[in-house]
Design a protein around this ligand. Structure first.
Ligand SMILES: NC(=O)C1=CN([C@@H]2O[C@H](COP(=O)(O)OP(=O)(O)OC[C@H]3O[C@@H](n4cnc5c(N)ncnc54)[C@H](OP(=O)(O)O)[C@@H]3O)[C@@H](O)[C@H]2O)C=CC1
Ligand SMILES: O=C(CO)COP(=O)(O)O
Length: 342
């Protein structure tokens, strides 16, 4: 039984972000159980050895427990937080659905779309869990390593049920972690997905040594792409001017802790995609998300020059230099062509 005011949390996904969030929540004195599929990681966490595979050198709170049994993780949960990569999201939702305690809402901190279909993750969750389960997405500028080390961070929690979004924010919010709330899951998910694709673009530019002007230009025109697609998909404009959009875009495009930025850096320096992804050794969501962003853009008739060039570079259809040449050769135009704000 969880102490009053301290709902028990099951965190599903024992990679860098799941482990960092579980550590944060355990430090806030919530009973916290971390689920992962790797017994060695669970054993290391339970033995007080941290998560050397994903967060080397970082101490985790001793109260944090880990398991490889999904049934055990979910049995006493008041709240479920899914933190697996987007390619594992649907399977994880399907696995948790029959095991979830009836009162436990489901949140996720995964960034991306369902690969292959391009569905938003809240659409997947709604379909798998049904209309009565409260849902929320946790997103914003937040490198796992910094959160795990207790460094100050701000995120946002968007949900379809105000009370549930607030309860997720309450679990996360603490002395060094600010959690804001909102009700725009669509816009919030779009921002978290698109910033990963745009981080590849700025990484490529930096890897090619194109300079700081190019980086700032790409970030700003990238934000313009986010805002235009957001209007088309029915998100709220302010969502992408906040932590879920601009905030995460700036972090990921400029911070070398970003795996998506590092992928771009490697490609810009002439490395192959396979070598770069292997070298990073963790999930690099843009590799799949670029296709799904362009699927959304094509479905809504929105032109996204930077994102589409990233997609073509990732497919090996063009080189980074060809992508740059294409962007520079585009026609001169008004800065705000089309509506950015509905
Ligand atoms: N790291 C960060 O700073 C942040 C990450 N995110 C998002 O969080 C999500 C998770 O990323 P992150 O933790 O960083 O990734 P990591 O690469 O650090 O870890 C991935 C984790 O997912 C597990 N996994 C992979 N496939 C499956 C599967 N089919 N079923 C169950 N578990 C699986 C891996 O297990 P195994 O080791 O067994 O392969 C591993 O524990 C991504 O969408 C990412 O964009 C969001 C904000 C910040
Ligand atoms: O989402 C993140 C920070 O907010 C992590 O970015 P990367 O996946 O590029 O490392």
């Amino acid at each position: 039984m969880a102490p009053p005011g301290k709902p028990a949390v099951a965190v599903l996904g024992a990679g860098s972000w799941g482990t960092a969030l579980a550590a944060l929540i355990a430090r806030h004195e919530h009973p916290t159980l971390l689920w992962g599929r790797d017994q060695a990681v669970a054993d290391a966490v339970n033995a007080g050895g941290g998560n050397p595979r994903y967060l080397p050198g970082i101490d985790l709170p001793t109260a944090l427990r880990a398991t490889t049994s999904l049934a055990e993780a979910l049995a006493g949960a008041d709240l479920v937080l899914v933190v697996v990569p987007s390619h594992a999201f649907t399977d994880t939702l399907q696995a948790l659905a029959p095991l979830r305690p009836a009162h436990a809402g489901v949140a996720w901190a995964t960034k991306g779309f369902e690969p292959g279909s391009g569905r938003f993750l809240h659409e997947v969750a709604g379909e798998v869990l049904g209309p009565d389960v409260p849902l929320a997405v946790v997103t914003g500028p937040s490198f796992a390593k910094e959160v795990a080390a207790g460094m100050p961070t701000a995120v946002t929690v968007h949900g379809d049920d105000e009370g549930f979004a607030q309860s997720v924010a309450d679990v996360l919010h603490g002395p060094a972690f600010r959690a804001y709330t909102g009700s725009d899951m669509r816009g919030a998910e779009l921002g978290g997905a698109m910033k990963n694709v745009l981080a590849v673009a700025t990484g490529v530019a930096d890897g090619m040594g194109l300079g700081l002007n190019a980086r700032a230009g790409l970030i700003t025109r990238g934000l313009n792409e986010m805002l235009r697609l957001n209007i088309a998909i029915g998100g709220q404009p302010e969502t992408l001017m906040g932590l879920a959009g601009l905030g995460d875009l700036v972090l990921t495009c400029t911070g070398d802790l970003s795996r998506n930025r590092r992928l771009g850096l490697a490609l810009g320096r002439g490395q192959s995609l396979d070598d770069a992804v292997r070298g990073i050794g963790q999930v690099v969501e843009s590799v799949q998300t670029a296709d799904e962003v362009m699927r959304q853009a094509d479905a809504h008739g929105v032109e996204l020059p930077i994102s589409s060039n990233v997609r073509d570079v990732l497919h090996g259809d063009i080189t980074p230099a060809e992508g740059l040449a294409r962007l520079l050769a585009r026609e001169q135009k008004a800065e705000y062509a089309g509506k950015l704000i509905a």
